[in-house]
Design a protein around this ligand. Structure first.
Ligand code: SF4
Ligand code: SF4
Length: 280
């Protein structure tokens, strides 16, 4: 019948309007007092009705899979062997897959021989062109580019400030683990180590100091903050945590034998396939 959709929309608006006042009565003026606890009540999942976020004084926590502009992962400053080193190997895959072609990479070269080396000398992303699709992060074979949660990037000079260079793009690995603990953990399972692939290989070959302590693993997803993860994935994530325990504190993950690592990798891929089948 004509107009049914319109009537439904109006009823929804009316319901939100009424629920706002019911919520007001339930929490009283507590709800509008500016304190962290009360903000939690107002922005909580139990709150009903129309709510207003007093931005920028108040900010809603973004879900873990929220993505804004890309960042480049570098080793933490306190890393025992690779402090500050880029995870990026300047392979150029992200630039190739980027739909609006807003990534520019200059590959580094050896100053003596002039031969190319797997390090980016320069890396630029035009964030005005970036459409936040996340393809670059999905395709990077080294987990070196990730989608950030920082959305406050406005400036008065977009011609220069909105072209992010390598310095601006680089953020430590610990930052990525803190904003996306579940994803970082899943990636670690697939990689078989908390470390960069190359660092793990070097360590296996005994070229780097195998006695150096491994950085502290990130908090387990299950024990992480109430950042939201899709409900459909939470069960799979929970079983992942249960079946594949992270490396013990202080242990170097790559010191485990290949069979164990392969087993973890196989399970992670199976989970991915199951999720893809569910979504497909
Ligand atoms: S795909 Fe990853 S490793 Fe390759 S250039 Fe891009 S960020 Fe660097
Ligand atoms: S998020 Fe998408 S548009 Fe932005 S740099 Fe990555 S691939 Fe390109």
């Amino acid at each position: 019948m004509y107009g049914t959709g319109l009537a439904k929309g109006l009823m929804l608006t009316l319901r939100h309007f009424v629920e706002s006042y019911i919520d007001d009565l339930r929490y009283g003026f507590r709800k509008y007092h500016h304190s962290t606890d009360n903000f939690g009540i107002r922005q909580g999942t139990q709150t009903k009705g129309v709510i207003t976020v007093q931005y920028p004084d108040e900010k809603v926590a973004v879900p873990e899979r929220f993505r804004f502009v890309p960042i480049l992962i570098v080793e933490d400053d306190d890393h025992p062997t690779r402090a500050g080193k880029d995870w990026c190997t300047s392979c150029g895959i992200c630039a190739k897959v980027c739909p609006p072609q807003c990534i520019w990479i200059v590959r580094g070269s050896d100053p003596v021989t002039g031969r190319p080396v797997p390090d980016p000398e320069a890396f630029f992303i035009d964030i005005d062109i970036c459409m936040n699709c996340g393809y670059c992060a999905e395709y990077c074979p080294f987990d070196a580019i990730k989608m950030d949660h920082d959305y406050e990037l406005a400036s008065y000079d977009r011609t220069t400030h909105h072209i992010h260079d390598k310095e601006r793009l680089s953020k430590p690995n610990s930052y990525w683990r803190s904003i996306a603990p579940t994803r970082a953990y899943e990636e670690m399972l697939v990689r078989g180590t908390w470390e960069h692939k190359d660092a793990a290989k070097e360590a296996r070959r005994g070229q780097s100091s195998s006695s150096a302590p491994s950085p502290q693993p990130a908090a387990q997803p299950a024990a992480s903050t109430p950042r939201t993860t899709p409900a459909a994935e939470s069960a799979a994530d929970a079983s992942a945590s249960a079946t594949a325990a992270p490396p013990a504190e202080g242990a170097t993950p790559w010191s485990e034998d290949d069979a164990k690592r392969e087993e973890r990798r196989r399970k992670a891929l199976e989970r991915k396939a199951r999720r893809a089948a569910k979504q497909g």
